[in-house]
Design a protein around this ligand. Structure first.
Ligand code: GLC
Length: 433
């Protein structure tokens, strides 16, 4: 048995096929509206931060609307924060009063699973391993109290084992009270020392036991890799791998999680947004490297999807409506060479050429001569002429040429089809897949 992320088990096939999911960061920090780490960034005392629980009025949180948005964007699954590092719980937990059920009378996890199920989406739950609110959670270099004068004394009397039990008890609630959960995204481990503070990892979380329990309660579940033990997938965050990801030289299942503007929770004044175009290109690039993209939105202090986030996801959805064939169920086109300015994906005998830049008049595809039955744009199904230049004739005046033997050349119109990323579909000869 190798690394779990190298395995392609049937029960996880839905994830590899979906390719595209929605991440939703929602919690008390959405009210502060200045980063989901606001509590520790501003060294906020627990009792001061708790005030957000009193004023949190998420009257516009609408799980069905979020589920619809994800569905219309062509996503196959979505992941909600059940608890972030601030410790506030977004469901009806029996283990603390610090919850949306106690304060707001809302069980957001219930709303979430109901909405996702209604849309036929797979259900993901994010759960923070860190908890800056729990009385037994010891200080470390991420903790809001780390700079207090008496910081080093504050852990006296704490029993981290009790926190471990709380963590496991809450995960048990999440995996037993809401029916089938498909994916759990634990976050995160930092088992090293900084400024004399020891971080936390496998031993602290009791990761092996936690994992065993998850698999017992939900045999088909997919578990990420942030428990400080190998998971079913690796989760690069806010960067794009330059090739399919590997562990010990073996290709692994991976999912990049990405934000729209650099923060996960709603951040009113951060307008550092990515364009739709760059996100659509990112999605295609991800699939061309056999990965998934988990794209985040941060509902605001009232729970509404910010207009900017809504618009971006909707625009991506518009592209997906015409191009999902090159994304869903597609994978890296191994053995084919992508011409400059393109990324390739493949699904069965169809090869998809994503044109990151618009070619001038011709697109030369290495080693594809005689291997393609038909070429067309994916958005409107319109035919693209194919030719093969004589490799022995050099390009001269009005005669293009000089392509290596085996090159298939497509005639590209002056105008690109509308939308952020044109895609060409090549139907390979069925003998050549
Ligand atoms: C992190 C962060 C965080 C965010 C997340 C998403 O490591 O702590 O705020 O929730 O990962 O992947």
């Amino acid at each position: 048995m190798g690394h779990p992320a190298t395995q392609r088990l049937e029960k996880h096939a839905w994830f590899d096929e979906a390719r595209f999911g929605l991440f939703v960061h929602f919690g008390l920090y959405s009210v502060a509206a200045r980063h989901e780490w606001v509590m520790t960034r501003e060294r906020t005392k627990i009792e001061d931060y708790e005030k957000y629980a009193q004023v949190f009025e998420p009257d516009l949180f609408d799980a069905p609307a979020i589920a619809r948005l994800a569905k219309e964007a062509g996503m196959g699954y979505a992941v909600l924060t059940t608890k972030h590092h601030d410790g506030f719980c977004m469901w009806d937990t029996s283990l603390t009063d610090y919850s949306s059920f106690h304060h707001q009378g809302r069980d957001f996890v219930q709303e979430w699973v109901d909405a996702l199920r209604a849309e036929g989406l797979r259900i993901g739950l994010y759960h923070s391993l860190l908890d800056w609110h729990h009385p037994d959670f010891t200080l470390d270099f991420h903790h809001p109290r780390r700079d207090d004068k008496d910081a080093r004394e504050q852990d006296k009397g704490k029993d981290f084992g009790r926190y471990r039990q709380y963590l496991s008890g809450q995960v048990r609630e999440l995996l037993t009270r809401y029916g089938q959960i498909d994916y759990v995204f634990f976050d995160f481990s930092y088992p090293w020392e900084v400024d004399g503070w020891m971080g936390k990892g496998e031993q602290d979380w009791g990761s092996r036991d936690l994992e065993r329990m998850c698999r017992e309660l939900q045999p088909n579940i997919l578990i990420n890799d942030r428990l400080d033990i190998p998971g079913d997938l690796v989760t690069p965050e806010q960067y794009q791998p330059s090739e399919p990801m590997k562990v010990d030289g073996q290709q692994v299942r991976w999912e990049a999680c990405q934000t729209l503007n650099g923060t996960w929770g709603y951040h009113r004044d951060n307008l550092n947004f990515q364009s739709t175009e760059s996100l659509v290109k990112l999605l295609a690039d991800t699939v061309s490297k056999d990965g998934n993209l988990l794209l985040n939105i941060g509902p605001d202090g009232r729970g509404a999807i910010p207009e900017r986030d809504h618009e971006t996801i909707t625009q991506i959805g518009k592209w997906m409506a015409k191009h999902d064939a090159s994304i869903r169920g597609a994978h890296a086109a191994t053995g084919f060479t992508a011409p400059p300015g393109t990324v390739l994906t493949q699904r069965g005998n169809r090869l998809y050429v994503h044109l990151l830049t618009w070619p001038f008049a011709h697109l030369h595809l290495p080693n594809l001569a005689g291997r393609v039955q038909f070429a067309r744009f994916l958005n409107d199904g319109s035919e693209i002429f194919m030719t093969q230049f004589d490799p022995d004739v050099e390009a001269l005046t009005t005669e293009p040429g000089g392509q290596p033997a085996g090159t298939l050349t497509l005639s590209i119109p002056a105008q690109a089809p509308p939308g952020p990323l044109p895609v060409i579909e090549l139907l390979l000869n069925t003998t050549d897949q």
